[in-house]
Design a protein around this ligand. Structure first.
Ligand code: ZN
Length: 75
């Protein structure tokens, strides 16, 4: 069992997502990256790859995508 590092993700939050557990990767996925079941603040549960979480590609179930515009933020 060398999953200690990745299991640390459980309970972590990424944007609106909270990691609630690790799942078996979908059958059609060939890569060896872990997949996680995450709960969005809106109540939806989605499955996200560990990479997407770490890289910030997936920060919600899609419900707040409309807030994220392609417009650069003016500081
Ligand atoms: Zn959501």
């Amino acid at each position: 069992m060398n999953n200690k590092k990745s299991l640390k993700l459980i309970g972590e939050t990424f944007g609106d997502l909270t990691v609630i557990g690790r799942i078996e990767k979908p059958e059609n996925i060939k890569t060896d990256i872990p997949y996680w079941l995450c709960k969005c603040n809106c109540g939806n549960e989605i499955v996200v790859s560990g990479e997407s979480l770490r890289n910030g590609f997936t920060l919600d179930c899609g419900c707040v995508r409309k807030i994220k515009s392609s417009r650069p933020e003016i500081l």
